[in-house]
Design a protein around this ligand. Structure first.
Ligand SMILES: Nc1nc2c(ncn2[C@@H]2O[C@H](COP(=O)(O)OP(=O)(O)OP(=O)(O)O)[C@@H](O)[C@H]2O)c(=O)[nH]1
Length: 408
């Protein structure tokens, strides 16, 4: 055992805790999930061995085949094992990958530039993302005796280009029509998708799987990779839950981010016809463009989104809407077929103000974009947009939104 790594820094005395600035730098946390054998370990191995200059703590449930990484020191502490690596990274194997484990890590090792959490055995990243998103109780600097808290940076999903489509299909089939399975939930809940092993398939297959992925999640950029080789800037420091530049994905009609790290041929099929229909029956997405909203409409949007996220139901169509004549479109009671897993949006007000919508399952927030945040503002046109990802998002959802918020 190494004595340095064993040293536990003194906890901040209670009297000093109030001095910790609420704006103290928070350590970004990225959740990595992915299909079985897709290349998660390959990605982590790269991060743990590359000379990137960041102090990154990687937390896994088990080391797996990354255990042979050359370590400066190994610490064994109860339920956790920590490898301190030559490039400044820390590799931790902790049985419990929840908040308690992270708190322990923060107390023990102090500041990191970034924390990666590999969601092994935690197929659905949604609940853990929700736990770290704005959870001051768990991850507050004061509660962990550190000057830094933790902020959720993003969820990265590694998808296998060889078996990805098959896994999505089987996932769906195994669970029946109404219960989308793990791989679809992983795609739906991710902010960035790494489409790995593209060296093993034809480019037309890559294009087909990209369409399938986009059907489920149109806002996550897709990066094609071989052995998870990509610029770490695409997955770290992306601030997917803020008002930052990465909301530009909302504005990308193809919903596709070109990764120029590799010389791959990109084929845009331009339609989803190549994708089996049942892939999109499980989880799909809905994009709705919104005109600039008055203050009243902005309030109405808050009520509408709250109703669908918290009560899993749509507000009834307003009487003025002609479509209420169609009884099928009149839906107001709880509709268990609706389940929003992730939402994002930009709301533009007639006053010129802009607000970003961020939501993970039933949690959501509407954050004003600062006037000086040109990185977000400049990329958007004058109208807003909302993207919902989940189950049961049909045309009736769009009609309910337009009717109750915009008035037509
Ligand atoms: N040809 C090729 N092989 C790859 C690529 N990425 C990973 N592999 C290989 O695929 C296998 C699985 O990769 P891993 O990184 O272990 O996958 P994983 O997602 O961690 O696997 P589990 O933890 O079992 O879910 C390994 O043998 C890798 O060497 C790639 O882009 N191309």
């Amino acid at each position: 055992m190494d004595s340095d790594a064993d040293e536990i820094p003194e906890l901040v005395p209670a009297g000093q805790l109030s001095d910790v600035s609420p704006t103290a730098q928070r350590v970004p946390l990225t959740i990595i999930c992915g299909f079985l054998g897709a290349g998660k370990s390959t990605l982590l191995r790269r991060i743990l061995t590359e000379r990137h200059g960041y102090r990154i703590a990687v937390i896994m449930n088990e080391f797996g085949d990354t255990a042979d990484i050359e370590a400066k020191s190994i610490t064994v502490d109860g339920e956790s094992i920590t490898l301190e690596l030559a490039n400044g990274c820390l590799c931790c194997s902790i049985k419990d990958s929840g908040a308690a484990a992270i708190e322990k890590l923060m107390q023990k090792q102090g500041a990191f530039d970034h924390i990666l959490l590999e969601a092994t055995g935690l197929a659905d990243p949604g609940p853990i993302a929700g736990m770290f998103w704005h959870n001051e109780e768990y991850i507050d600097p004061q509660s962990i005796g550190s000057e830094s808290g933790i902020v959720l940076d993003g969820v990265v999903c590694v998808v296998d280009a060889v078996f990805g489509l098959k896994q999505m299909e089987e996932d769906h089939t195994n669970n029946g029509d109404d219960v989308p399975g793990e791989s679809l939930r992983q795609i739906a809940g991710s902010d960035v998708i790494i489409l790995n092993k593209v060296d093993l398939v034809e480019s037309s297959t890559v294009a087909t799987i990209e369409v399938a992925l986009k059907n489920v999640n149109p806002i996550a950029p897709i990066h094609r990779t071989i052995r998870a080789e990509l610029d770490l800037g695409h997955i770290l420091g992306i601030e997917a839950y803020g008002t930052g530049r990465h909301l530009s994905a909302l504005n990308d009609h193809h919903g596709h981010e070109h990764d120029h790290d590799h010389e791959h041929e990109h084929e845009h099929t331009g339609s989803s016809s190549a994708v089996p229909h049942y892939v999109t029956r499980g989880i799909s997405s809905l994009q709705v463009s919104l005109p600039p909203l008055s203050a009243t409409q902005f309030t109405a949007f808050d009520v509408w989104i709250r109703t669908i996220l918290w009560e899993n139901r749509l507000l009834e169509l307003k009487p003025l809407d002609d479509s209420t004549k169609n009884p099928q479109s009149k839906k107001s009671s709880t509709d268990s077929s609706i389940d929003v897993l992730r939402c994002k949006g930009l709301l533009v007000l007639t006053s010129g103000e802009q607000h970003v919508l961020q939501g993970v399952r039933s949690m959501y927030e509407i954050i004003p974009v600062e006037d000086d945040d040109q990185s977000t503002r400049s990329e958007f046109p004058h109208a807003g947009k909302v993207v919902l990802i989940g189950k049961g998002l049909g045309e009736d959802v769009r009609r309910s939104l337009m009717s109750n918020v915009v008035g037509y």
